[in-house]
Each structure stands twice: as C-alpha cells, then as structure tokens.
Write a protein that binds this ligand. Structure first.
Ligand SMILES: CC(C)(COP(=O)(O)OP(=O)(O)OC[C@H]1O[C@@H](n2cnc3c(N)ncnc32)[C@H](O)[C@@H]1OP(=O)(O)O)[C@@H](O)C(=O)NCCC(=O)NCCS
Length: 193
C-alpha cells in the first residue's frame, strides 16, 4: 500500500467512506441529503482527514470542536475535541489504518492545542474500542447514552453507547513515540506477508 493521511475535502470521498456505517454492525440509513449535511457540519465545526491509497480514499476520521450538547458529557478542560467518526473500507481493514487514523486524530487534536479528546462508541460490537484502548483512551465511568438510529431496513433501534476519553496534556513525546512504534509495527507485519 502506498498511502498517506491528508485533509479530506471531497464530498464524493466522504460519501463513499461513510457508507461503511450502512453496513454491519451499524446498518444505519442515510439519504444523500443527510450525508451532505453531515459533511457540511464537519467542514464547519471540525476537521476531516482521509487515508489515501494512491489517491483513492479508503478511510477517514472526523473531529469536531467542543463537547456535543446532546451528549451527557461534562469536562473540566476548556479545549475539548470530539472524535466524531472513524471508518475504513472493508477491503482495507486489519492493516493498521484504523489505528493510524485514530493516532492521527489524537496527534492533530494535541497539535491544535486541545486538552482532551473523547469519543462515543457502542457498548457492544464496536471495532474502534480496542484501538482506542491501545492508544491510551480510558472509558468514562458510569456514563451511558441510549441512541436511536434508523436502520437500512427502516426499523428504529436503540443502542447503548459508552464514552472514552484521552487526556492530551498528559501525552508526552515518549509515550507518543511508543504508540507510533506500535502502530508502525502492525503495518510492517502486513507488508511482510
Ligand atoms: C473501526 C475501524 C475503523 C478499524 O479499522 P481497521 O483499519 O480495520 O483498524 P486496524 O487495522 O488498525 O485495527 C483493527 C484490528 O486489526 C488488527 N490489525 C492491525 N494490523 C494488522 C495486521 N497487519 N494484520 C492483522 N491484523 C491487524 C488490530 O490489532 C486490530 O485488532 P484488535 O481489534 O483485535 O486489536 C473499522 O473496523 C471500521 O471502519 N468499522 C466500521 C465503522 C466503525 O465501527 N467506526 C467506529 C465508530 S465509533
């Protein structure tokens, strides 16, 4: 793979990757208009980065400035970033890209002067959970949110979500280096196959 992570500015790339959430375990239903709205919201309120393989977008991460008002979160820090979405196309999974994108999100948030990065994920079946733990995220205790989503089959389902956070102030060069080494290792393994 000849890849790089860079800013995602193309709506078509975004839509292609976001379709991941219409597959299992999410099976979420989005109209084209809804996808365009989400894209505009991320452009206005945050940052999007894509993982590109020879100019083809194969994954993305979206960050939003500030804590979300519709979530039961409270932070003492002033500068909080929300890891709103991370997704990798099926064919490119388990090669370390999710790890790399999330690490990029952590490092960008820190570089932009944020003190805390947090995310919400499914209580069960989340694929980003183990990556988050590896990167140093910790689950926020006793915090759950029931979230209603419309599925591709038209049914509305309620899922329990948990929250994870990482203190960006406590990340120093040494522990970042350690994480980067770990992420690179998983990619080298893939190249060695
Ligand atoms: C979550 C998601 C982005 C992860 O992407 P990914 O590129 O597969 O992530 P990685 O390859 O970095 O890591 C995934 C797993 O592959 C493993 N892996 C990494 N490199 C590997 C390699 N070279 N060979 C085999 N496995 C590898 C990782 O250890 C990890 O396993 P673990 O979960 O048991 O620890 C992806 O599964 C996805 O798009 N899911 C749907 C959307 C979603 O759930 N988003 C999160 C919402 S909060």
């Amino acid at each position: 793979m000849n890849g790089q992570i860079k800013e995602l500015t193309d709506l078509g790339d975004f839509k292609k990757i976001y379709k991941v959430f219409s597959g299992p375990p999410y099976n979420e239903k989005y109209t084209e208009e809804e996808l365009e709205e989400i894209f505009r919201e991320y452009q206005e309120k945050g940052y999007m980065y894509g993982a590109y393989n020879n100019e083809e977008c194969v994954g993305m991460i979206a960050l939003e400035r500030g804590a979300k008002a519709d979530q039961p979160v409270k932070f003492k820090e002033e500068k909080v970033m929300y890891l709103a979405d991370v997704a990798v196309l099926n064919a490119y999974r388990r090669k370390g890209l999710g790890n790399q994108l999330m690490l990029y999100g952590v490092m960008q948030s820190k570089a932009l002067g944020y003190e805390k990065l947090y995310m919400r994920t499914l209580e069960r079946g989340s694929m980003s959970y183990s990556i988050a733990l590896k990167l140093g995220f910790k689950q926020i205790p006793n915090l759950l949110q029931s979230v209603k989503k419309e599925r591709v089959n038209g049914q509305v389902e309620t899922m329990q979500n948990i929250f994870l956070e990482i203190d960006l102030n406590s990340l120093d060069r040494d522990n970042l280096k350690q994480v980067i080494k770990m992420v690179n290792l998983s990619i080298d393994q893939e190249r060695g196959d």
